[in-house]
Design a protein around this ligand. Structure first.
Ligand code: SF4
Ligand code: SF4
Length: 396
């Protein structure tokens, strides 16, 4: 088969499996991306994600050729997911409701993409003749945004995510590494220009320089990857974002067009299932309902969803923070009800939220509840929260 024909066959197959974008590159990382990764790790910006700084995994990220013997090409694909149905300002104003990042409104993309990539790889077995291949989705040490850029799929924006000129950045990436020799595509051109909208809008200042996100400040990391007590100074900046954050994508001008393009109408090739089946209950969910989830109902609610990643303790911790930021005193009874929860993470953040919400009317009863709790609390981190919150309450 002629080189162009091979490429068009691969693209056709990719599209049949729900990957609207499909480009090819060589298994190499350019020095710009390798250096940026090195500096990021040296500055400890990976936070508690220790695996990202592990020497062997770091090396593999910089040397994609180490992921498969005799690899010749990397096929990078992208699958779209449904952008948020609400505007950025609405999300910030919805104080009774939490904001969940759009990719997590539906099915777990790891499962969906892995299945689709494996089916695509199976089809390519027939098209490409004898070759070895491996598929990767997010979890492996693969520098996927750098590969997507060199393949021409899209450029890495200043918020570090991949942007396609027509489809924007509501994309999930996957790769097939293959020993087959497929001609690479031209690298993507960066179109961020002088824009700095994502840097300016970031609630925590996590985009510390163009193309550099300090994970320790990023709400996506704090609400999903991080499983500890969220630094107190960052909590007020998190607003009502309880699982991830889309602000830097929502503000990006390249997504204005994509929002229209993703409409599911009769003429569209895209089906709802191609967009991870977004579920209504994950769009601006009611915070009070979430804080009342017990272990069983949490498991049931998020069985096939990426949200299960935070476990119940992580999600309810985030819900407490959102309630503390809501200025809605109606949340006080549900917060009081979790002060004896088995999870220290939930107890500690509920204490913080109660102190934030308390007005002169509730001050004395909350102070008493916290002093009672202080007498029996076994966890040192919750004790620290109690000490700080009791001090705050005394000043109300
Ligand atoms: S996801 Fe949110 S917190 Fe993280 S860089 Fe983007 S805007 Fe900032
Ligand atoms: S908001 Fe502006 S600077 Fe940020 S990624 Fe989009 S185009 Fe680039």
């Amino acid at each position: 088969m002629h080189a162009d024909e091979i490429k068009s066959t691969i693209r056709k197959k990719a599209s049949q499996h729900g990957f609207e974008l499909c480009y090819v590159t060589r298994p190499a990382i350019d020095s710009k991306h390798a250096l940026a990764l090195q500096k990021w790790v040296e500055a400890d910006m990976q936070g508690d994600m220790a695996w990202m700084a592990e020497a062997s995994r770091l090396q593999r990220r910089k040397e994609p050729q180490s992921m498969l013997d005799d690899v010749n090409a990397v096929i990078t694909v992208a699958m779209r997911y449904a952008p948020p149905e609400y505007a950025l300002a609405q999300a910030c104003a919805a104080t009774d409701h939490g904001v969940i990042t759009a990719y997590a409104h539906g099915d777990d993309y790891h499962d969906v993409m892995k299945k689709r990539l494996k089916m695509l790889a199976h089809d390519l077995d027939e098209e490409l003749g004898k070759h070895d291949q491996r598929v990767f989705v997010d979890t492996a040490p693969v520098l996927e945004h750098a590969l997507a850029e060199s393949a021409g799929l899209g450029w890495q924006g200043k918020h570090t995510l991949t942007i396609h000129r027509e489809l924007g950045s509501w994309l999930l990436l996957g790769e097939i590494f293959t020993t087959a020799d497929i001609a690479p595509d031209e690298p993507a051109i960066n179109h961020c220009g002088s824009c700095s909208a994502c840097i300016d809008v970031c609630p925590t200042g996590a985009i510390v320089a163009p193309y550099v996100v300090d994970a320790r400040l990023c709400i996506s990391y704090l609400t999903i990857e991080y499983d500890g007590f969220i630094p107190r100074e960052l909590r007020p900046k998190m607003g009502n974002r309880i699982y991830g954050c889309d602000d830097c994508q929502q503000i990006c001008p390249w997504n204005g067009h994509a929002r229209k393009a993703v409409r599911l109408d009769e003429e569209s090739q895209l089906k709802r299932a191609d967009l991870l089946n977004p579920r209504g209950e994950n769009v601006l969910p009611d915070l009070a309902r979430l804080l009342q989830l017990d272990a069983e109902s949490f498991r049931e609610a998020y069985r096939k969803s990426p949200i299960k990643r935070t476990k119940r303790a992580g999600l309810l911790r985030n819900v407490c923070v959102a309630m503390g930021n809501s200025a809605n005193r109606g949340f006080i009874p549900v917060l009081l009800a979790v002060l004896d929860d088995d999870e220290a993470l939930i107890r500690g953040h509920a204490v913080w939220a109660l102190a934030k919400l308390a007005g002169a009317q509730e001050r004395d009863s909350l102070l008493k509840a916290m002093l009672d709790m202080q007498a029996s609390e076994q966890d040192d981190r919750v004790q620290d929260e109690l000490t700080a919150s009791i001090n705050d309450l005394r000043m109300v």
